[in-house]
Ligand binder design. Sequence first.
Ligand code: ADP
Ligand code: MG
Length: 719
Amino acid sequence: MSKTRQHNVYAAQWSADGGAMGSVDLTAPGGIEFGENVFSLAVQRARLPKHTFKALQASLAAGSALEATLADTVAQAMREWAMEKGATHYTHWFQPLTNLTAEKHDGFFEPVGDGTALADFSGKELIQGEPDASSFPSGGLRATFEARGYTAWDPTSPAFIIENPNGALLCIPTAFVSWTGEALDHKIPLLRSMDALSNAAVKALNLLGDHSAARVFTTIGPEQEYFLIDEQYYFERPDLYTTGRTLFGANPPKGQELDEHYFGSIPERVLAYMMEVEAELTKLGIPIKTRHNEVAPAQYELAPMFESSNISSDHQQLTMQVLQSTARNYGLVCLLHEKPFAGLNGSGKHNNWSMGTDTGVNLLKPGETPETNAQFLFFCAAVIKAVNKHQALLRASVANAGQDHRLGANEAPPAIISIFLGKELENAFEMVATGKGTALKKGLLSLGTEVLPVLPKDGGDRNRTSPFAFTGNRFEFRAVGSSMSLGFVNTVLNTIAAEALDELSTQLAKELKTAKGDVFKAVSAIVKSVWEDDNAIIFDGDGYSDAWHKEAEKRGLLNLPTTPDALPAIISKSTIDAFKKYKVLSKRELESRYEVFVEQYSSKLNIEAETTYTMARTLILPAALQHVALLNDAGEGAGITRLKTELAAIVDTLVEDIFALEKANDHNGPHGGVKHASYMRDVVIPAMNSVRASADKLERIVADDFWPIPKYSEMLFIK
Ligand code: ADP
Ligand code: MG
């Protein structure tokens, strides 16, 4: 058997290990292990002295600091609980600007001087940590000599336990700041933006006549797409384990054109894996709900129920971690890159986003009464206004090197931001604005007033090509990338929505005066003005079509196809003004993010270029030369000569391309900043693509047994 066949046969072997986990009995009491590894409200209530529990909840509600003695009591209860679960260490778990989480473990045990040790964990250790911050991305917020950074406990996100075969770890969600008080992470700005949005939304609700809500939460339900391939193939491909995507690979004879995979029956090994992932996530209190095959072969999706933004964002980080770590138990590797395989769909993370009151009202859900529908239209109008004004920033918030292969390709939302409202809702807006349009349809709710029209009862139609789609009771920001943290993108959403709400509230107050307190009239006036000012952003057609690109240009919408085009919006005047006004990020903090993201782009491309060069030179070229030798040994016939000529031409081009890539990436280009990023995009990427083009041609003609890396058809179809 050839080497390739042997590999494939080996990769295809999988044993369920005699049904390793067994199945859950949902009918038995305690059958669901939901939140078993979380220091949840219920656990806190059970384990803390009554007065401590009450004081903790009170300080949470008020957003005030916890008294030192109370913190000690909480810490002790937390440690005892964690140690019963097998924890030996704790960590302040935080989210630097890398899309990943960071952890530094400290043991609970401290020597007491007589040769023995005691377990200890103080309130101070719970509340504040001081990791060396010098090696985290800071974008100039901190010089290396100012190494100090602080982590601070976020009591609104409960602590949890991460299990390992050899012990357990207590994780305490924390925020991460520099010693000058500037945010070095994704959590702090997200929390600040949630506050900003809450204030603006409560103010708007008051004007609309609803005085019952004290706080408004933003909610996220993220749908995570990912690929799974056998680990054997993964570890045979330096491009995959170094860059997360394939830098080489000819189109396989079969891709996704048969549409067999989407919602197809889930392969047994994959399903077993998914079940273990879900079991782990359940223990962590992550309300995982949905699983299915995605469009590309070997692509899958999972989605939790939505939660408050901060919790959902933390949970999403954990989900990515569990997806990756659990895969190895099944001989699989989980790829979270936005575009692991050229020519196939990439992976996104659809960010379902809404706003809800502490009294349980979803502000983006058309209601049962005229009042709630007026309220809905007002909040919806604010979102339209915000997205239109800050379209460049929203585009920037989902920009990274991986996304550049996805956004704008024929499977992902375009790089042009637009909003899909659905026929009914668009019609409703249009009627208010222009008085024209078709009114009552079956299944629609009347607003009971002449001024405002009817609203759809359910989500209406869907549009998979829209980057920002209304889906009945929320907006779905579909352009978010699969590897991204939810922090920054939702910070942006919340902040721009807060700004638009405030702006419209000011207008509403005036309109209410003019309309002598008639809310319906006043809201109609607002809807009319938003429709007049901002309806260029509304589009319900095919976002993939060329016609839309032309139409969008005519409408003056921004098309920012690549990361270097998009990122400058993070430091544009409109961004700085909005973020400063709501104290979400200062100018310096925005500049630091801009610098970090630009540098990440250039660094990632440099790593890709180096990997392309090395693989081409040390794996692919030698394979081609082996094939040259094979042909040379084969003699002289006309057919052989033809093959030799064909091969020699491709090898010559490949060699030229390899040297050209080396030259392009030898850092003679501009250093640092967006100029460097643009150079990587304009010069280095094309040089990499040339190398790949020759290599992919060779893949189709070099003897299979010589080919040094697994092919697309193997990685994608052997399950
Ligand atoms: P689909 O693939 O059909 O869009 P899914 O069921 O895969 O839908 O995912 C929908 C996501 O939207 C879920 O995570 C769900 O919890 C979330 N969602 C529903 N309501 C809200 C809301 N009010 N706020 C945020 N997310 C929501
Ligand atoms: Mg889905």
